[in-house]
Design a protein around this ligand. Sequence first.
Ligand SMILES: CCCCCCCC/C=C\CCCCCCCC(=O)SCCNC(=O)CCNC(=O)[C@H](O)C(C)(C)COP(=O)(O)O
Ligand SMILES: Nc1ncnc2c1ncn2[C@@H]1O[C@H](COP(=O)(O)O)[C@@H](OP(=O)(O)O)[C@H]1O
Length: 310
Amino acid sequence: MPPVTNITQTHPIAGHLDMVNKRLNDIARRLKINKLELLIMLTYPVIIILGQLIWLVAPAESSMNYFTSKKNIFNVYFVKQGWFWTTMVFGLFLFSVMRDSTVVRKQHGVISCVKKFALITTCWFFFSQWFLGMPIMDRIFVLTGGSCYNVSAEKLKNSEYFKLMDFTIEDLAEFTNQDNDYYYSSSISSRQCKSMRGRWYGGHDPSGHVFLLSLSTTFLMTQLFEFYNSITLRKKLRQFKIDTENHLKNREFVPFLKSLFLDYPIVLLLMLVGLWLWMLLNTTIYFHSLLENLAGLFFSYLASLLSFQI
Ligand SMILES: CCCCCCCC/C=C\CCCCCCCC(=O)SCCNC(=O)CCNC(=O)[C@H](O)C(C)(C)COP(=O)(O)O
Ligand SMILES: Nc1ncnc2c1ncn2[C@@H]1O[C@H](COP(=O)(O)O)[C@@H](OP(=O)(O)O)[C@H]1O
């Protein structure tokens, strides 16, 4: 009888996979993180590249859709309040983990993930909300030559921070009226600029959306796998399906919601992660330049890498 050869050892693809695996282990070791954390972090460059390809390939008319609008419901009520939703889902998840008798090493895990959340919340706050005045993302914009332009005299607040525009910027000319005076400032935040109907123009503007969406997703996914593995997760999702079918068959809507929020928030967590990844793809197709999206990702990587050290 001919000797039995192990196909996984002899197939050329197995060799390549082995090499990729070794390379990933190497990178993870150098960054002092585990392979799962690395794999999660690698999904964002893939999404950003996919977004760029869609933007390049799709003709303008087919790329104009509901998600091209800044006013789409998912952007206004979800992403723009993104830290709130991440906090809610994380809180429910943590509460369910504490009540779950099948989870091992609970106490240590819960404390470390609360610390991680405090750290990334601080990073989010400093990067996108406030950092001894302007948030970091706005400071980068101003330091690279950006300003808030075209603020009309009647919308002007805190006039000491503004100078009269005795010049016009060609790109922004359509937003001004020849008869009015307009002002500009490099000392106010993007939020203040927007509130005065000014134009945030001229600098490198790291994407706050890419930062928030990738940081939240990394945190939620790494915490999910901190407490569950793929087998226990699949078991939980199967049980959720059975419970839901029973609830809905008996028209028990309140018990269904109770079980979703208290016993199976992993379903909410996975739904939120799905929405965040979808919105991330849309951001990379329709908004910002590639470099600005990568800058948002870079700062979210820094925050995640810091949190992995806890
Ligand atoms: C010194 C201050 C440190 C603050 C951090 C303290 C850490 C405390 C530790 C643990 C407890 C955490 C409790 C956190 C509760 C957080 C609850 C909320 O998140 S309420 C705020 C809701 N707001 C948002 O979610 C806003 C999200 N949106 C944005 O960040 C921006 O809109 C954007 C970045 C998505 C886009 O920017 P834009 O300029 O284009 O609008
Ligand atoms: N996925 C998405 N869907 C809708 N609007 C998005 C979006 N991603 C980014 N935007 C919008 O693009 C602008 C730049 O976003 P950011 O700098 O946070 O990446 C923001 O506009 P506004 O600031 O006018 O709301 C934001 O709302």
